[in-house]
Structures are given as structure tokens and as C-alpha cells.
Design a protein around this ligand. Structure first.
Ligand code: SF4
Length: 330
């Protein structure tokens, strides 16, 4: 399997293994589209490639269709969605399904932290890919046939489409999940003890709180019962709960609550003037006057200056490499 390795910044070295992200090959500029072209996405090959190792996959080329090739489309004439050539000379539904099952089994062994799919493709599209009826009229959209197997078999893998990554909120959420999954994989890949899981969960507290406070508490009960739970079951339950929590988009209000809570930990150590400045910036963030990076930077600075270990250890303060600038636009 070809893998395009990018440079990885120090921040991204969360463990001994690289952060791997699966990607539709054409987004990396590989000339694999039906017409021999590509859909080069410069955000992926620039900023992101510096921090991760991409695992490029072109299902149609790997299926043996070659380049150039006829375009494919999804049709549904009442017996389920099929992947066909437009003139219906070839029905590739079953071939693609078998290929996808095998490919996804191979991808599962690479411990991917996320996947970026090409939108609108009948093979790779994550959602709303056109499905034509018997009269050639597009109806309700569906997933591309490869994407459908990928997302069903690796149901706790963060997946996004390239176009949606232009939205700052969706982009932050996706990469937070990618780096969160990497932290979890590194943790469960280590020789962990129950006490280590308690520490890990404590460090995840405010990251989870910003998405779903109830999920943090529910995972807390999972951790509390860790000694009586078989390790494999414990890992699966924790991973699933964490994934579901992080899928929920956070809000400005939830982040404000988290920031104010974190600021409370500076009460006994930081001077009033510095805490007042932080409180002002948190309120400005709540009103949408400044992006979250502003109060977050002050919080990090004060935590370092007054050596507040509890704050410094929170993943919330550094959820992903700074170069991604995820909090600069939200
Ligand atoms: S969208 Fe998927 S199948 Fe189509 S060219 Fe890109 S990688 Fe290949």
C-alpha cells in the first residue's frame, strides 16, 4: 500500500506511531480520476501533510478500472443502490463491495486516525451522492459504495469530506476527533493499568465537557468500574463512548463554560488583574468578538507562569498541533 509521508511537527508526535489518515488519492493530486485528472486539495497537501502520514486509496483504480475510464454512477430502480456505467454495460456493485470489504480489513490494521473522502463520487462520497432512478432523474442521495463499507466497518473512525473541511467548525471538530483518537490508540496500545486510565480520563475531562458533559460523566462510571470489567470490553466501551461524545459539535456556550471553569483554577495563584483580563476575553469570545484562541492563549500562558499542573495536563488546552490553527477561526 502506497503511503505519502509528510513532515510531522513535534506537537504531532503523540506516540511512537505516526498519525495516519486515509484519503481519496485524487485529493493528493494523483491523476486517478476517470479523465486522468485529479482534485488536488492544497489544504491537505500543505498544512495537513506536514503533520500526518496519508494513506491514499483510489477504489476505482484499485478495482482495475484504469485511467481514463468511463464515468460511474449510482442508480436505484427499486432493487437497491447499484454502481454502474451510465450506459449500464457494466454493473460493478458486487465487485466494488468485495474489493471494499478486503481493502477496509487491510486499512483496519493500519490503525488510521481519520479519513478524508472526495465528495460527490459514486465510490468515495460520504453523503448526498446522486442516485438516479430508472428515468435518469436524480433522487435522494446516498453514500459512495466504497465509503459505505468503510463507514460501516470502521464505524468509530472520524470521516469527513474535503469540501466540509472549509468550514472552520467542522474542520476543528474533525481534527479534534482525529487527534483524540490518536491519543486513545496510543493509550490503549501502551501497557496501561487502571490507574493510568483514571489519569487519562481526567486529562480528557474538559475536551469531553466541551462536546457532551453527560458523556464525560457516563465514561467516568465506565472508568470507575474498570477493575471489574474485562480489559477488551473496557477498551471498546471507552473508545465508543469517547467517539460518540466527540461527534457532537461543541458550541460557543459550552466552550465559554469550560473556559470559565478552567479559569477558576487560577483563583489562588494568579493576581486579580491577570484573571480579570482573562475573564474579559472569555466574555468577548462568548459575544463573538474574538476567536477562542485569544482566551485559550492567555489561559495557557497563566497556567505555565503559575505552574498549574492540573491545567497544563488538560488535553483541552492543546487538542491538536498549533500549526493547524483550529481555534483561530472559531
Ligand atoms: S473520488 Fe475516489 S474513486 Fe474517484 S478518482 Fe478520487 S479516489 Fe478515485
Amino acid at each position: 500500500m502506497a503511503a505519502a509521508a509528510g513532515r510531522r511537527g513535534d506537537d504531532a508526535k503523540l506516540g511512537c506511531t505516526p498519525i495516519r489518515i486515509g484519503v481519496s488519492s485524487c485529493l493528493l493530486g494523483e491523476p486517478v480520476r476517470y479523465d486522468g485528472g485529479h482534485k488536488h486539495d492544497r489544504y491537505l497537501t500543505g498544512t495537513i501533510a506536514n503533520m500526518v502520514e496519508f494513506v491514499p486509496v483510489c477504489p476505482e483504480v484499485e478495482l482495475g478500472l484504469g485511467t481514463p475510464r468511463p464515468t460511474l454512477r449510482l442508480i436505484d430502480e427499486g432493487a437497491g443502490v447499484r454502481l454502474v456505467c451510465p450506459d449500464e454495460t457494466a454493473d460493478l456493485t458486487e465487485r466494488m463491495r468485495l474489493y471494499a470489504e478486503k481493502k477496509v480489513r487491510a486499512l483496519a490494521k493500519l490503525d488510521l486516525s481519520g479519513y478524508v473522502l472526495k465528495s460527490k463520487s459514486p465510490s468515495c462520497g460520504m453523503e448526498r451522492v446522486k442516485v438516479y432512478d430508472r428515468n435518469g432523474v436524480p433522487g435522494k442521495g446516498d453514500r459512495g459504495r466504497f465509503a459505505a463499507v468503510l463507514m460501516e466497518r470502521l464505524s468509530d473512525l472520524p470521516v469527513e469530506e474535503e469540501g466540509r473541511l472549509n468550514d472552520p467548525v467542522l474542520r476543528e471538530n474533525f481534527f479534534e476527533r482525529v487527534f483524540g483518537r490518536k491519543r486513545i490508540s496510543d493509550f490503549f496500545g501502551s501497557r496501561w493499568k487502571v490507574g493510568d486510565l483514571v489519569t487519562f480520563h481526567t486529562r480528557e475531562k474538559f475536551t469531553l465537557f466541551a462536546h457532551d458533559p453527560a458523556a464525560y460523566r457516563s465514561l467516568g462510571r465506565v472508568v470507575a468500574a474498570a477493575k471489574e470489567t474485562p480489559r477488551a470490553e473496557l477498551e471498546a466501551t471507552y473508545r465508543r463512548g469517547h467517539f460518540e461524545a466527540m461527534r457532537r459539535l461543541s458550541t460557543r456556550k459550552k466552550h465559554t463554560d469550560v473556559l470559565q471553569h478552567l479559569a477558576g483554577h487560577l483563583k489562588k495563584v494568579a493576581p486579580d488583574a491577570e484573571r480579570r483580563e482573562l475573564a474579559r476575553e472569555i466574555l468577548d469570545y462568548r459575544e463573538g468578538l474574538v476567536p477562542r484562541i485569544v482566551p485559550l492563549t492567555i489561559l495557557r500562558h497563566l497556567a505555565r507562569r503559575y505552574d498549574v499542573t492540573y491545567l497544563l495536563e488538560q488535553h483541552y488546552l492543546s487538542p491538536a498541533p498549533r500549526e493547524l490553527m483550529l481555534q483561530n477561526h472559531v
